[in-house]
Design a binder for this molecule. Structure first.
Ligand code: ZN
Length: 148
């Protein structure tokens, strides 16, 4: 029988083993560090913006499978997005992993694979670390992000 949960697991395993957009972005005009002390996840986000658009984005660092997969999926979906679109996606993703309310998540695509962390509060921080870091970059914060 087709098991949707298994498919979601595969997405996470795949993006953890082969993270997309991994490595320093040489022509980034914004970088910010994020840290999740609860799990030990560390990442640096590199973003190249132009005309309020994310032209390119990458990350590096080290962390658990959930944090790496989330950053890989997030950077994939953010390329070419306007900053206000990126913020709307941030809000949607945050809702996906913290709320039981029904939500149209078609726009989030494969990020739906991370919905399961909702049941594990410690894992929510792993999944949301890169998102909070991106949100801070967009807000213009210069201080490193910590989930604590
Ligand atoms: Zn983690």
């Amino acid at each position: 029988m087709f098991d949707i949960r298994e498919l979601y697991q595969e997405v996470i395993v795949d993006h953890n083993r082969n993270p997309r957009n991994f490595g320093k972005l040489e022509d980034a005009n914004k970088t910010l560090d994020g840290y999740n002390p609860l799990c030990g996840d560390k990442l640096t986000l590199y973003i190249k913006t132009n005309n309020n658009t994310i032209e390119d984005i990458s990350f590096d660092g080290s962390g658990c499978a959930i944090s790496v997969a989330s950053a890989s999926l997030m950077t994939d979906i953010m390329k070419g997005r306007k900053l206000d679109e990126a913020e709307a996606l941030f809000n949607k993703f945050h809702h996906l992993i913290t709320s039981d309310e029904e939500l149209d998540i078609t726009e989030l695509g494969k990020l739906a694979a991370l919905a399961g962390v909702k049941d594990y509060p410690a894992r929510v921080k792993c999944a949301s670390l890169c998102w909070h870091t991106l949100h801070s970059v967009i807000q213009g914060d210069a201080a490193p992000v910590s989930t604590e």
